[in-house]
Design a protein around this ligand. Sequence first.
Ligand code: PHE
Length: 455
Amino acid sequence: MENKRENFGGRIAVVAALAGSAIGLGSIWRFPYMVGEYGGAAFAVVYILATFIISLPVFISEAVIGRRARASSFSAMSKLRPGHSLWKAAGVLSVAIPLLINSYYCVIGGWSLEYLFKSLGGEFIFYSDADTAVIFNKFISSPFLPLLMHLLFMAACTFVVARGIQFGIEMFSKITIPALFVLVLVVIIYSISLPGAEKGVEYLVKPDFSQITPRSIAYAMGQSFYSLSLGMGAVITYGSYIKKEESIPSAGIWTAISTLFFAVLAAFAVMPAVFAGGMQPGAGPGLIFQSIPYVFSKMGMEHPTLSAIISIVFFLAVVVAAMTSCISLIEVGVSFLKEKFSMGRIRACLVVFLLCGSLGVICSLSFGPLSSFVIRGKIIFEMLDWLTSNILLLVMSLLTVLFVGFAMKREDVYDEFTNGGTKKNSVRIFKGFYFFIKWIAPVAVLTIFITNFIL
Ligand code: PHE
């Protein structure tokens, strides 16, 4: 059973897949508008620090659990520490959270796909002065088209997962992740060359720390967790496919660096364009779907072909980034179904597709026909985003660090972290890592959790 388990081919594959999971809508859709809403460059600085200081050790902990157990996230903890109901509950959470998150994540994936098609049709050029916000709202609240796009997007991701670890997930990530950087670079060049873009660049390079509030710190930390795919079973699952000879800390560091780098690039692609178009940076979740088409349409009047190409490049990047993350969420469910019900990969993919697909339909309809169904002032889509990103993700991360710090044997953690003492650099930092996970990380995660509740 153990040696039949699929694995990632090598180091590049591991980092590409992990970075694929991490780099997603969180970096290209959420990060730019969070920067705009919660303090500009200062927010970005806190986000970068939080990633290295807090999220990276949590990320490494998840991968350690996954590789040690070589099991799905559902049973990883209870396999390493049998008989405790807390760890069983953590297993259930780690399968339920990705299912929930995936249902709304794919809805945004579907929007991106529609905007890619709109770009391919050269539509933004003709928007001219039309109100892009109205067009966006009309689209997301219509009953049919967003559903179709959502299902199409999910089907494409499920197809990649169905092809397996090496021929699906690994191959797809190895091609798309480097390509993503190139695509975003193209948009940056265009974006900063627009008249008036300097203000956007300045906004991103000159931090104003007076803008930092406890709330923005908590949000920056939350963003960093979300961005590294923590607390959703994804890193545990991918961790279980990492071969024994690979170094987990080094895979973690490279994943964190590429994710940060990408998020910063995405901000540089979006913000200068937003400023050049004379728009507000704090436009919220609709930012890339409203501001970007508006700016492209404005530019389109003078250079229609160029503007059409850039909008294709931009939305292609969004779709691909979203796909690699969605793939990792699907894989969590697939690896659970394969293990628990001995299902074949294809059948497991179909089950996940049906489950997330139907939940996603409800999420999507919550912008239109189901918009009157509101819980605590939030429509279903917003509720799921809030519940998963601000609550469940942190609960799961807390359980993860407590598990590594207190439930796992120290020798086992050491063994995974340092590859049995053979990786000298890892040996050197192990003590610090272990102390951090045991005593500091739980307090840090709890603090973010409480701050989210109070503020
Ligand atoms: N990290 C992804 C993003 O930034 C979101 C995600 C979370 C994906 C958890 C997989 C698992 O978009």
